[in-house]
Design a protein around this ligand. Structure first.
Ligand code: NAG
Ligand code: NAG
Ligand code: NAG
Ligand code: NAG
Ligand code: NAG
Ligand code: NAG
Ligand code: NAG
Ligand code: NAG
Length: 390
């Protein structure tokens, strides 16, 4: 039954039903209101996708929403969110990607993530419970699986290169729509609703999507204090990023490396950058992490409010507070709050700042020289998740 469903889905991907995004008007300037779109555009252009907007598909009880698609980022990366109730089963059977680097960021709730390198002989199988703000890196050639464990969970997925969402569209149960923006269907699970990712015959037929089933992988269940197979310091001690491009890694919220950028003396302008992936981990294909900003003060010249162009595509997913953006070609300012995603193509002049204290974004840059770079190039190593009090 699922196999027929897959064949059908592969043969004809469902048409988009949402309206096309507004393009800048031909006179070259458009109101910043036109940045707000209802679905990720088919080609790179500046946009803001509001929380819960965008194309979504159901895979069993899991709802996958696509904020930045391979099309919207010209193949640079996919940024998507998975909302689902807690489950007693794996969210997908264990598998490997040979080409895609997959990143798991817990925006809320909790899930377990298992990872084991398939390139190191007899590598240790690691497992972690991820709660809000925790991160797991799954480089290519890593056996991995996950399980959503709390009722109000959002797993934010970042996948490089972009385009991996086509898998979920193909194996899913069809487009998910909710006029109320409900996270998922509030109904009890049943045996046929655990999703295509839990069918061994189906997952074994997905190699054209860079999914290689690893059905003999037995996820360990011997976690203590949220961890198994790694250093016994999960959520208790600072953690380095992965040492290379092939090692899986886990970074608990606030325990990774942090850097403080100070604006002009006395300006009260600060950014705390917490990278999760740098050139060292991705080979320069993408970078990601979080940036926490103090609000722009009226009397400061804040370097990040001067419009600049970056050499790579950038996405910001707002996790806390409010971000204000000005983007060339769109007159005025636009605002984004928790759950909204801002996308700015490379070579586009733009600026952004926070209007609220402790505004935090998850950033994804499509290569080196991204949105974190101007802060990191003038930053000092910093031990705290917050910035100075004045
Ligand atoms: C350009 O077009 C936009 C949208 O139609 C309009 O709001 C704006 O006033 C125009 N600007 C100029 C300089 O004509
Ligand atoms: C990306 O673009 C291709 C070509 O236009 C289209 O077939 C595909 O459905 C698009 N994917 C998504 C997720 O919109
Ligand atoms: C995983 O590693 C084994 C042993 O080297 C190899 O035979 C297998 O092809 C690898 N799996 C994938 C999907 O690359
Ligand atoms: C890897 O594990 C297998 C099975 O436990 C064992 O037979 C083999 O000797 C190990 N290889 C290495 C290089 O440790
Ligand atoms: C079980 O789940 C399937 C797939 O989500 C759904 O179509 C079906 O209506 C559900 N059945 C019951 C009895 O809830
Ligand atoms: C688990 O955490 C508790 C409380 O912090 C601690 O006392 C205990 O030693 C930890 N267990 C291990 C195996 O680290
Ligand atoms: C702005 O300037 C005033 C006057 O110099 C100063 O008292 C205030 O602390 C400044 N605000 C910030 C946020 O730096
Ligand atoms: C970077 O991307 C290229 C092209 O997709 C790929 O061949 C290479 O393996 C990637 N590097 C890493 C470290 O993943």
């Amino acid at each position: 039954m699922k196999a027929n469903l897959l064949a059908g889905a592969l043969a004809s991907v469902l048409p988009l039903t949402t309206a096309a995004p507004a393009l800048p008007s031909s006179n070259g300037s458009s109101n910043a209101d036109n940045l707000y779109v209802s679905t990720a555009p088919d080609t790179p252009q500046p946009y803001i996708l509001p929380k819960m907007a965008g194309r979504a598909v159901a895979v069993g009880q899991q709802i996958y929403r696509f904020s930045v698609t391979g099309n919207a980022s010209a193949g640079a990366f996919t940024l998507m969110q998975t909302n689902a109730p807690g489950s007693s089963e794996l969210g997908v059977l264990p598998h490997i990607h040979k080409k895609h680097y997959e990143n798991f960021y817990c925006t809320k709730g909790s899930f377990q993530l298992w990872a084991q390198s398939n390139t190191t002989t007899n590598a240790t199988q690691q497992a972690r419970v991820l709660t809000q703000g925790d991160y797991g890196a799954v480089p290519p050639e890593t056996i991995h699986t996950f399980q959503i464990t709390d009722p109000d969970t959002q797993l934010t997925g970042i996948i490089s290169p972009g385009g991996f969402e086509e898998l979920f569209i193909a194996i899913g149960d069809g487009d998910y729509t909710s006029s109320t923006g409900s996270e998922y269907v509030p109904a009890a699970s049943n045996s046929s609703s655990s999703g295509a990712g839990s069918s061994s015959s189906l997952i074994s037929a997905l190699e054209s999507f860079d999914v290689y089933a690893q059905l003999s992988f037995n996820p360990r269940r011997d976690l203590i204090n949220g961890t198994a197979g790694g250093a016994n310091t999960w959520h208790t001690a600072s953690t380095p990023l992965a040492v290379d491009t092939s090692s899986p890694a886990f970074v608990a919220k606030g325990y990774g490396p942090k850097y403080l950028w100070r604006g002009d003396a006395g300006s009260g302008q600060y950014a705390v950058v917490a990278p999760l992936v740098t050139e060292t981990q991705s080979g320069g294909n993408f970078t990601m992490g979080t940036i926490t900003l103090s609000p722009r003060s009226a009397n400061a010249s804040f370097a990040s409010t001067e419009k600049t162009s970056l050499p790579v595509h950038v996405a910001l997913q707002v996790e806390e507070g409010e971000v204000v953006v000005e983007i060339d070609g769109f007159a005025g300012q636009a605002r984004a709050i928790q759950g909204d995603v801002i996308f700015v193509p490379k070579d586009t002049a733009w600026s952004w700042w926070a209007s609220r204290p402790f505004t935090k974004v998850l950033y994804v840059s499509g290569g080196v020289g991204g949105v974190e770079e101007k802060f990191l190039s003038q930053a000092e190593s910093w031990n705290w998740i917050t910035y100075p009090i004045a």
